[in-house]
Design a protein around this ligand. Structure first.
Ligand code: BT5
Length: 324
């Protein structure tokens, strides 16, 4: 955060809800009125609600809701997930922090959450756009006693938990595109990134990264994402409490994680399929080694996508980008 912005916020906070003129602000902070105006616009983008009245100036009406430890802890009903919270105003990537904590032996359920990521990551070498205060950018550390081959199932379990939480908190009904996208109206509202720390036969930690576009407006997305991304606010037309949604996701995920450890993937597979968008459809799977076209016929008990090509041959897809 720039020092001008910090001083601007300090000035507003000292004014305690009273108006401050652009001129007064410029003098307090020692910059031009144009600079003040630019910073006010930036604050608006970040979720501050500011009132501007002619001849009086500006005042802050509401500050953005934070996703700090207090906000998430208050009302959190889980036993394990989110019992340890690492909150950051800004970070490179919550995945990176969670990996470090996991290496250092942090407890299962540790949550890393940030207001902003400046180097958010997608799969492979892709980036994840994570602007300040408007989304949920979080990573969870789980330590299931399982072989590494089971790890991809956690992406699917997390997707089910997120879809159900969005239904419950927002009254919206998204679908899942295998393996890691949650879509609304064909646009991506959530991406999931599951990473692993493991020996050849044993998982030490699974890091589940979840990125959800929550309160962004349509114009907030950069040009290249405008046609492929959406936010819960855009779909619902109402701002949504990020902390409330995080709490609901943690609760659902804890429940499904327990079911999975007790009874295996079968019960979750049924749930996952009920939200799946691509099953039964003709798709093209772009894998690292080439592309396979055919009909998505289902997922296996391991979470592998089954695609039937024109010759009736079934292909197992372990990881790919799906074109529908
Ligand atoms: C994903 O990758 O969808 C996984 C995204 C995981 C993000 C979370 S946020 C918390 C944690 N910390 C991190 O650093 N990451 C995780 P993939 O399927 O590879 O999709 C990436 C592609 O989605 C990009 O190449 C863009 O086309 C698009 N994209 C980027 N940012 C987006 C956004 N905010 N909303 C929708 N689409 C986006």
């Amino acid at each position: 955060q720039s020092t001008t912005r910090k001083r601007l916020l300090e000035a507003f906070s000292a004014a305690d809800g009273e108006f401050l003129s652009g001129q007064a602000l410029a003098e307090i902070i020692g910059c031009s009125r144009t600079a003040i105006w630019k910073h006010i616009e930036e604050l608006r983008k970040d979720g501050f609600e500011l009132e501007a009245v002619r001849r009086k100036g500006y005042r802050i009406i509401t500050t953005p809701e934070k996703v700090n430890e207090n906000e998430i802890r208050l009302g959190l009903q889980t036993k394990v997930l989110g019992q340890s919270i690492h909150y950051l105003e800004s970070t490179e990537s919550t995945q990176k922090i969670a990996h470090q904590l996991a290496m250092e032996g942090c407890p299962e359920g540790t949550l890393v959450i940030a207001e902003e990521q400046v180097n958010g990551r997608g799969r492979l070498t892709r980036t994840w756009y994570s602007p300040k205060y408007t989304g949920i950018w979080m990573s969870l550390v789980l330590r299931p006693k399982l072989p590494p081959i089971m790890a991809p199932q956690f992406t699917l379990i997390a997707a089910v938990a997120v879809v159900q939480a969005i239904e419950e908190v927002c009254g919206l009904y998204p679908g899942i595109k295998w393996p890691n996208d949650i879509l609304m109206g064909g646009r991506k509202v959530t991406g999931i990134l599951t990473e692993l720390q493991a020996d050849s036969d044993r998982i030490n930690a699974i890091i589940i990264g979840i990125g959800i576009n929550v309160n962004q407006e349509k114009e907030d997305f950069p040009e290249e994402l405008r046609h492929i991304a959406t936010s819960l606010f855009v779909e619902k037309g109402e701002k949504i409490s990020r902390a409330g949604l995080v709490q609901c996701i943690l609760l659902k995920l804890e429940k499904y994680y327990q079911i999975y450890m007790d009874r295996g993937f079968a019960p979750l597979k049924i749930l996952w399929e009920s939200y799946a968008l691509s099953l039964g459809k003709n798709i093209i799977a772009h894998t690292l080694t080439g592309k396979i076209s055919g009909r998505a016929v289902g997922i296996s008990d391991e979470g592998v996508l089954k695609v039937e090509d024109g010759n009736g041959q079934i292909h197992d897809i372990y990881s790919a980008d799906i074109e529908m």
